[in-house]
Structures are given as C-alpha cells and as structure tokens.
Design a protein around this ligand. Structure first.
Ligand code: NAD
Ligand code: TYD
Length: 362
C-alpha cells in the first residue's frame, strides 16, 4: 500500500491522468502535484472535484520546460514522478507529427534530465525509494495478425504511426536512464482505455457524442480492426500496483483481455443508447457510416497481462460489458462537460479529420 507519498503527475489534466489524480486524492494516498501544459486535451474541469483540496497542487507548465520542472521538484521534493503527459491521438499525429516529437520525445528527455539531477542529489535512502514511472502504450509493439499471440513485454518494438514511434522513443530513453544512470524507472504499456473524461476525438466518446447529436458514426475502413479495451480505473489501479511493488527497470504490460472489433464496440454503444435514450424512430445503428481508412492503420492490438497478474497480483475488475455501460451513463449525465470540450478547437479538428473521409469508402 502506498501512503503519504508526494507524487508529481504530468499530464494530470488529461483523460487518464485526471482519473488517476482524482482517485489518488480520494483514496488519501498523499499529496499530488499535477503538472500540465493544458493543451486542447487538458481540462481543469477534469480536476474540479479536487480544485481546492489541500492535498492537490496544480502547476501549468510544459514537461520540456526545464526551469519550471526544476523549481517544482525543488519546492515539492516528490518521492515519485509519474509521466502521463503526451500528445496521444494517432490521427492528429498523422496530420501534425511535430508536436508528438516535441512533447513525447524531447519533452520526456528534458523531464528525465531534470528528474535525474534532482534524484542524484537526494540522500541515499530517498534515492533508493524514488521512482520515475513512465506511462506508455501497447501501440509501440506495432500490429498483430488475427491469430498471433498477444504482446508480451519482450515483443519487439515495431511502431507504425508517428504517435507510437514517439512513444517508443520515450520508452527507450526511460530504459536508458535506468541502465546508464541507475534512475529507478518503471514503464507501463497499456492497451486502449475508455471511461469518464475521455476526450471525444477518440472512438468511444466520439461515437457517444455523435450518436446523441444525430450525426454519422464514422467507422474507418471495414470496422474489423481489433483493440483490447480497458476501463480507465483498472488502468489507474494497475499503475498504483506498479508504483508500489514493481521491480525497477522493468516494464509491465496492462490490458483488459477484452478484444473487440471497432464494429462490435460501436454496435454495443448503439445498443446501450437505444435502451437508455431511445430515438423517436429507428436505432442509433442507423447512423453508422463506413469512411476512408486511417493510413497505416494497425489491424490488431492484444495484451498478455500475465506478468503484472503473476508478479503484482493485478487483474481488471470491470468487464467490457460493465465498463462500457458505466461509461455511456457517465456521458449521458455529463452533457455540460461534453458541451464545453466540444466547442472551439474541437470543431476545427472534426473538419480536418473527417471532411477528407468520404462516406462509403470501405
Ligand atoms: P490525453 O491526450 O487525454 O491527455 C494528455 C495530457 O497531457 C493533457 O492534459 C495535456 O494537456 C497534457 N500535455 C500534453 N503535452 C504536454 C506537455 N508538453 N507538457 C505537459 N503536459 C502536456 O491523453 P491520455 O489518453 O490521458 O493518455 C495519457 C498517457 O497514457 C499518454 O502518455 C498516453 O500515451 C498513454 N496511454 C493512453 C492510452 C489511451 O487509450 N488513452 C492507452 C495507453 C497509454
Ligand atoms: P482511437 O480511439 O483513436 O484509438 P487508437 O487509434 O489509439 O487505437 O481509435 C480506436 C479504433 O477506432 C482505431 O482502430 C481507429 C478506429 N476509429 C474509427 O473507426 N473511427 C473514428 O472516428 C475514430 C476516432 C477511430
């Protein structure tokens, strides 16, 4: 059990980071310093429930801002730094890879340099107890054929998108800081998450949002692509387990054992919405539209999570069926949150990403 730590969470105003920070504070595990640049994906509303909590401090800064990071470490003397901050959307990485290299590669490098300097100056006991936990993705492993075994931690890195390549580069830097400098690092490679505060550019929240707005539900290609879905709270629980009991220098794969095709996911969402908020006529499935595929689209991801289960005793608590139901209901009950994040920049993104994808282009 982790108690009374002071941790720094980068990217804590984003989807997974905010779920992690909110739960950490709710569980009374210690103090959290959230460091976030507040890009389009970062949102202070995600942290509204702990806005004035004495155990939470928010600092708006870039992970690549060496002076801001140095000052934060000096003032708050954390026992761990958890790096969630990233540009995270594959489609955006296709249109604009620069930001992915800047934040995910250069930003992680700058963060590692400042953390290394801070850690090297700590007394021996504090040095030994310190952890740098890097949150990464299964996408670094590339794509799987239909019957290939799921990704283990020793699967070769074969990233196929600018997003996954930039995450792979950051994983390699973290690995090098352990082997070269002895920085006590941990890396987690997780499958696709879903749940509250998920920005509606990603498949699940986008489909819920578009369905309720009476818009097309865009499925790339023929919808046969497979992802291994994990409820975000299960991911946060796994990260706490790795932070508390993971072996330094190791990587841990985290997944939900919930492989679904995109079409299955969208059908499930439509069926839950048909039940919870029926349309006047017909089903939400009627809004499904097949559109032009994503270039370099990975066919299948699947995680073998036996290492984290065997070594750290972590297994997911939600099934896809229970988690997706909770998620749909969260979105139905948080229309204001959705309205606020889907104004402004979001509309430009929809125009950019979907205007070039003509309906019927399977
Ligand atoms: P997100 O895009 O929702 O949030 C990213 C957060 O990082 C935002 O709050 C943003 O403002 C912040 N940020 C971006 N650039 C920054 C910078 N230069 N400095 C400081 N803050 C910055 O992403 P997410 O889905 O919550 O993903 C969090 C992490 O988990 C990422 O590292 C991602 O690669 C990884 N991951 C995500 C998934 C998933 O399904 N979403 C799965 C596996 C791993
Ligand atoms: P996404 O949520 O972007 O996550 P990732 O690319 O990191 O896996 O996409 C999940 C899957 O859904 C992926 O195979 C692409 C597909 N997809 C669509 O079919 N339509 C969409 O509008 C989006 C955003 C994604």
């Amino acid at each position: 059990m982790i108690m009374n730590q002071t941790i720094v969470v980068t990217g804590g105003a984003g989807f997974i980071g905010s779920n992690f920070v909110n739960t950490w504070v709710a569980l009374g595990l210690g103090k959290v310093i959230t460091l976030d640049k507040l890009t389009y994906a970062g949102n202070m509303e995600n942290l509204a429930q702990i806005a004035s909590h004495p155990q939470h401090v928010f600092i708006q800064a870039d992970i690549g801002d060496r002076e801001a990071v140095r000052e934060l470490l000096r003032v708050h003397q954390p026992t761990a730094v958890l790096n969630f901050a990233a540009e995270s959307h594959v489609d955006r990485s296709i249109y604009g890879p620069d930001a992915f290299v800047q934040t995910n590669v250069v930003g992680t490098f700058n963060l590692l340099e400042e953390v290394r300097a801070y850690w090297q100056a700590l007394p021996d006991a504090a040095q030994a107890a310190f952890r740098f936990l890097h949150v990464s993705t299964d996408e670094v492993y590339g794509t799987l054929s239909a019957d290939a075994p799921a990704f283990t931690e020793t699967h070769p890195y074969q990233p196929n998108s600018p997003y996954s390549a930039s995450k792979a580069a950051s994983d390699h830097l973290v690995r090098a800081y352990f082997h070269t400098y002895g920085l006590p690092t941990l890396t987690t490679n997780c499958s696709n998450n879903y749940g509250p505060y998920h920005f509606p550019e990603k498949l699940i929240p986008l489909v819920i949002h578009n369905a309720l707005a009476g818009k097309a539900l865009p499925i790339y290609g023929n919808g046969s692509h497979v992802r291994d879905w994990l409820y975000v709270e299960d991911h946060c629980h796994a990260i706490r387990a790795v932070l508390a009991r993971g072996n330094v220098g190791e990587t841990y794969n985290i997944g939900g054992c919930n492989e679904k095709t995109n079409l299955e996911v969208v059908h499930t969402l439509c069926d839950i919405l048909d039940e919870a908020k029926p349309k006047a006529v017909g089903s939400y499935r009627d809004q499904i539209t097949f559109v032009k595929d994503r270039p370099g689209h990975d066919q299948r991801y699947a995680i073998d999570a036996s290492k984290i289960a065997g070594e750290l005793g972590w297994t997911p608590t939600e099934t896809f069926e229970s988690g997706i139901r909770k998620t749909v209901h969260w979105y139905l009950n948080h229309a204001d949150w959705v309205d606020n994040v889907t104004s402004g920049e979001y509309q430009h993104w929809l125009q950019k990403n979907y205007s070039a994808r003509q309906a019927g282009a399977v």
